[in-house]
Design a protein around this ligand. Structure first.
Ligand SMILES: NC(=O)C1=CN([C@@H]2O[C@H](COP(=O)(O)OP(=O)(O)OC[C@H]3O[C@@H](n4cnc5c(N)ncnc54)[C@H](O)[C@@H]3O)[C@@H](O)[C@H]2O)C=CC1
Ligand SMILES: O=C(O)CCC(=O)C(=O)O
Length: 461
């Protein structure tokens, strides 16, 4: 029975992006969908594969971790992997015929690129930030975007802890001198961090994790955030950024890239900071005005800085941190007590392995079952997995414009069948309906598909 249902939904032309293309049924059981439930307590979930698995083409860029590559390859998808990001022209060529793309922070999925992605059904950001994707464009074209919201937060927080101590002790200057053969034992302007004030801008996953670590080392923590948040330990939220800049010995930025956070730390903010304080930025390169930072370092206003992120970052590793990339790169490199790292905040084995699993599983669940839980730009919808005990069931996924009257039309089509479960949600202009229907045969599924395709409120042709 299950194989009959499977035959119904195999579509030889491969996946289309239209909503009802996600009509699907099972091909094989999987144990990965509900990893927290003991296997013996549930029936084997039926994997809903609307397409022949091997028809799904996945492009993974930027050295996505092996854990993620393995999960996707085990599904039987065609996975193409690149260690680096791709220049826009090559990206456009590649993205034209893939159904899934996995990226990290460097690949820009702009409207210009996405409009060429005629077969794309889902995007995975194997990182926290999703500012590199035009989320609105993707949503309005029926493409959910998944990320990993906190798997690398701890790694970033630990890097910042290391940088606080490194800056306070001028560690990297001393080490560089030793590498050149110079013994330069100094204590002038080298400090303990105990009792110093850490000012955290953005008290989200990373900022709050850092807060706990910093307090455990004897620092006093203040933070500024646009949202009122519970302070951890004895940390204290300050009402305005200027309070934080005035009081902090170390200022560290952990805000997302947004229009409001662009050049959030510029000449005026440096002026407001304590003399001899330190600035750390491991958020996004757009948050700090770097020429202004160079000035603040040269005048001695700042005693040190650590930058992990830059307005322009190269697609891959190599000798790229030069003025061609960012016009002030050389000026920055020549400063003392400045730690420059190539966007490695989240680059640990632990973080990358966890992100690989998390995002690959989100992609797999979307492709196989239509689940959008965790999507950053889409309504979040899920139904429990169909199981192998439920043959002749079909799952209908309908992504449509959030306009009045659509559900009436959709339900008029579904209403002739035995709808076991149905859920719908909307987010902005996008609405998402998922329904499981039982006792359907191949020709009924075909009719369902065609009737839904004929409605004018679907997103994509
Ligand atoms: N260097 C690296 O490798 C990494 C960098 N990141 C960057 O760090 C950023 C922060 O990450 P999370 O802590 O996970 O994000 P999050 O979303 O958990 O926290 C961000 C916090 O910033 C606050 N915020 C937003 N706009 C603000 C503003 N104008 N002023 C003050 N606060 C504001 C939010 O209310 C929120 O509490 C990410 O968006 C990403 O760009 C994230 C991971 C790794
Ligand atoms: O290393 C990466 O993949 C990017 C890390 C990052 O900036 C993020 O997770 O937002």
């Amino acid at each position: 029975m299950a194989s009959a249902a499977r035959d119904i939904v195999q579509r030889p032309k491969g996946p289309s992006r239209t909503v009802s293309s996600s009509l699907g049924s099972s091909s094989s059981p999987t144990a990965t969908f509900h990893p927290t439930l003991p296997h013996s307590r549930r029936a084997s979930p039926k994997q809903l594969k609307p397409f022949a698995t091997e028809d799904i083409k996945i492009l993974l860029l930027e050295n996505v971790n092996q854990t993620g590559r393995d999960i996707l390859a085990r599904q039987g998808y065609q996975v193409e992997f690149f260690k680096t990001s791709l220049p826009e022209d090559q990206l456009i060529e590649k993205i034209r015929d893939v159904h899934v793309i996995g990226i990290r922070s460097k690949t820009k999925l702009t409207a210009n690129v996405l409009q060429e992605a005629k077969s794309l059904i889902v995007i995975g950001c194997f990182c926290i930030g999703t500012n590199q994707v035009d989320l609105d464009y993707a949503a309005k074209h029926g493409i959910p975007v998944f990320n990993s919201p906190f798997s690398n937060s701890r790694s970033v927080a630990e890097l910042v802890v290391g940088e606080i101590i490194g800056l306070a002790r001028q560690l990297y200057d001393r080490s560089n001198e030793m590498h050149k053969g110079t013994w330069n034992k100094v204590s002038n302007k080298c400090w303990e961090i105990r009792g110093k004030v850490l000012g955290i801008i953005g008290y989200g996953h990373i900022g709050s994790q850092l807060s706990v670590l910093a307090e455990s080392m004897g620092m006093q923590v203040i933070f500024y955030d646009v949202v009122n948040l519970m302070a951890l330990g004895t940390a204290r939220q300050v009402p305005v950024l200027t309070d934080l800049l005035r009081d902090a010995d170390f200022v560290t930025c952990h805000v997302p890239e947004l229009p409001e956070t662009e050049n959030m730390i510029g000449p005026r903010e440096f002026e407001q900071m304590k003399n001899g304080s330190y600035l750390i930025n491991a958020s996004r390169g757009s948050v700090v005005d770097i020429p202004a930072l160079i000035d603040a370092m040269r005048t001695g206003k700042l005693a040190g800085a650590a930058l992990d992120v830059f307005p322009s970052e190269p697609a891959g590793n190599g000798d790229y941190f030069v003025n061609n990339l960012n016009s002030w790169a050389e000026g920055l490199r020549n400063l003392n007590n400045i730690i420059l790292t190539p966007h490695i905040g989240g680059s640990t084995e632990e973080a990358q392995s966890a992100i690989g699993i998390e995002v690959a599983e989100s992609l797999m669940r979307y492709v196989n079952e239509g689940a959008t839980l965790g999507a950053v730009n889409f309504p979040e919808v899920n139904l429990r997995s169909l199981t192998l005990d439920e043959p002749n069931h079909v799952r209908v996924i309908y992504i449509h414009r959030n306009i009045p009257g659509v559900l009436r039309k959709v339900n008029a089509i579904l209403g002739d069948h035995n709808v076991d479960k149905q859920v719908t949600d909307s987010r902005g202009e996008v609405a998402y309906l998922m329904a499981d229907i039982s006792n359907v045969n191949q020709s009924e599924i075909k009719d369902l598909f065609e009737s839904l395709e004929a409605l004018s409120c679907k997103f994509r042709d």
